[in-house]
Design a protein around this ligand. Sequence first.
Ligand code: 2NL
Length: 341
Amino acid sequence: MDLQEQLEGLQREAESAIAGAENSTALEAVRIRLLGRKEGRLTEIMRGLGQLPAELRPQAGAAANQVKERLAALLDARADVLDSGAPATPREDLSLPGRIRWRGARHPVTLVVDEICSVLAGLGFTRARGPEAETDWYNFTSLNTPLDHPAADMHDTFYLAPGVLLRSHTSPVQMRVMQQYQPPVRVVAPGTVYRRDPFDASHAPAFEQLEGLAVDEGISFVDLKATLAEFARRLFGSATRVRFRPSFFPFTEPSAEVDVSCMICGGRGCSACKQTGWMEISGAGMVHPSVFANAGYDPERYTGFAFGMGPARIAMTLYGIPDIRLLYENDTRFLEQFVDA
Ligand code: 2NL
């Protein structure tokens, strides 16, 4: 490398070192590194000039001196800037908004399912689960619903193979529990169920259901009413009232629809309850003796009650969600509203 190149390289390095010195201490260190009498980079170059042939020395010395003067001037100018207290180089842009850390949230339906299961845990119910692909025996036949029964039609679902389908309710889970455990049994089975429904504002072909089952000797309709009334008060508040209307399910007898006083208006009447003051939250009934027989329980010895509800419906009411499809689109602008405060 010839001398000219060395001087140019040093000057470029020196210029950025000087400009980058953030305070006078750093600047003094740069000055010593460049021009220090003992080991300064330029001092060493100048010391080497003595080795050059005599005829080249004057020109080389002049070039080195020029660089020395330029660096001295830059050092002085930088020292003035630092003394004046002006900001050295543009620093962080303090007007930039901070980066907000991404926070996850539980899905509104999960919030409701977990809350319901927690209330039912307090009443002695254990969480249970089972397969979503079921046989038609577990989904229909064992539940006193022959495949040609009109109720099977209402549960029209997706067949995967002959005799194998996507469950249309979670009742098969309770059937499997009864086959596996002797009474007393108290379980709650939440899970996804499937129906051949159009996907519109109030229907989804796959949605969350939750069923409860209690079986023991001596369980009566009073236990059903008391359990669901206490459940409703713990879930929606102690002032909640409950009413039971006669209904029909093939797997229970007698059967009832369960209404609670509207959790939005407290029963005075509002748009959520269509001015009735009541909300239907559940269907329920005393387990049909044939269902017990199919499960291998002695229907003469055991009685029990069961109930089912749709957590997605409850979530929509509680959170004012107008369209069921919002629950399945996974749009983060919707989901992030459920981040805990
Ligand atoms: C509803 C009504 C109900 C059941 C589900 C059931 C399960 C077994 C035996 C007897 Cl293993 N019953 N489940 C009983 C009555 C009603 O669901 O409105 N679901 C959304």
